[in-house]
Design a protein around this ligand. Structure first.
Ligand SMILES: NC(=O)c1ccc[n+]([C@@H]2O[C@H](COP(=O)([O-])OP(=O)(O)OC[C@H]3O[C@@H](n4cnc5c(N)ncnc54)[C@H](O)[C@@H]3O)[C@@H](O)[C@H]2O)c1
Length: 327
């Protein structure tokens, strides 16, 4: 009997990569629950798409009762940091309240394996910018705070309900598109550097901005840890296998442990696209840490995660190829 997996937000950027990968394995039967607010139905390349809103608890509960899921991936949420500062209620409703309601249903109907998309934003700004899972958390915007609240809720639930286990994955800078070319980033208002640079290279934007070049880094621009979406997808599959084999609740960073400056990324996009697009220097953005890198030893040793696409040019090439296809 295949394991039944509920995937909220599976029509979005990251969720669609997990659907793509898990869908290739007959051990799993996938149900994607998504309101298509930022996701697209064309991105659901496997499984059954149920178009629904997490807030619609009657519909969600009926689905859960009908399917009797073995595990849940929870990708659905709102993800734009500046928007979370301007409209915090949207984030507390969609990321905190909706997740609380979803978890309430999971506990009630014994979906005891839960995988949650968290973020490096929970770390806020720390001294050297290299984060282990033990680095103190201190998010500096509502987006990061809502994600941390879910992490804390999960921890409390796993104590109160010993059969309930979760994996929290704290993603660093997710980038690229699937190597097989079937899914990629469609998000209309993306703030992701590599997507913006690819859009500019293809003339979808007139120019792009670098936000500050006076940081204490080798060329003055911020350093980030860019992880390819297919490697992130394999981290999710490893998390699922871990939980289904009886693994206990745990939390892992997802990144490569080294990074690139904004200028280095822009140079790679120019090289791969062969377009010398316009880049202007803008002021620093409030709350940008100079350096943010993941220590990822834990996920490698506990889950046996083995990233295969730690290559910035490959990440950019897949993103650019995807962007060309995107209408
Ligand atoms: N993209 C990143 O770099 C990044 C980094 C760290 C963490 N994350 C987390 O990963 C998850 C997925 O991010 P993404 O980049 O794929 O974003 P996305 O916007 O592409 O995907 C989110 C999906 O959830 C759906 N959705 C949102 N609210 C919903 C609701 N109330 N009911 C039903 N469906 C709903 C959207 O339609 C969309 O398909 C998010 O939880 C995000 O916080 C993303």
């Amino acid at each position: 009997m295949p394991k039944k997996i509920l995937i909220t937000g599976g029509a979005g950027y990251i969720g669609s990569h997990i659907v793509n990968l898990l869908g290739k394995d007959e051990q799993y039967e996938l149900t994607i629950y998504d309101n298509l607010s930022t996701g697209r139905k064309e991105s659901v390349v496997s499984g059954e798409l149920v178009v629904g809103e997490i807030e619609d608890l009657e519909k969600l509960e009926a689905l859960i009762v009908d399917k009797k899921f073995d595990a849940c991936f929870h990708f659905a949420g709102s993800i734009i940091v500046p928007e979370s500062v301007e409209d915090p209620l949207k984030y507390y409703f969609n990321n905190t309240q909706n997740t609380l309601n979803l978890l309430n249903l999971c506990i009630k109907h014994k979906i005891n394996n839960f995988i949650f998309s968290s973020t490096a934003a929970v770390y806020g700004i720390n001294e050297d910018g290299i984060c282990t899972e033990e680095t103190p958390v201190s998010p500096i915007n509502p987006y990061g705070k809502t994600k941390l609240m879910t992490e804390q809720l999960l921890e409390d639930l796993s104590i109160a309900y010993p059969d309930f286990n979760y994996v929290v994955l704290r993603y660093f800078n997710v980038a690229g598109a699937s190597i097989d070319g079937s899914v990629g980033q469609c998000s209309p208002l993306s703030t992701h550097l590599i997507k913006i640079a690819c859009e500019t290279a293809l003339g979808k934007r007139e120019k792009m901005f670098i936000n500050g070049d006076d940081y204490q880094t080798k060329d003055g621009t911020c350093v980030r840890d860019y992880i390819h979406t297919d490697d992130l997808a394999s981290a999710h599959v490893a998390s699922l296998e871990y939980l289904l084999e009886g693994g206990k609740s745990d939390l892992f960073n997802c990144g490569y442990g080294h990074g690139f400056t904004v200028k280095e990324v822009v140079d790679v996009v120019k090289k791969v696209s062969n377009v010398d697009f316009d880049v202007e220097l803008g002021p620093r953005r409030a709350g940008d840490a100079p350096v943010l890198l993941a220590k990822s030893d834990k996920i490698k040793s506990v889950l046996g995660w083995n990233p295969e696409h730690d290559d910035l040019e490959l990440i950019v090439r897949t993103a650019l190829d995807w962007e060309k296809k995107l209408k």
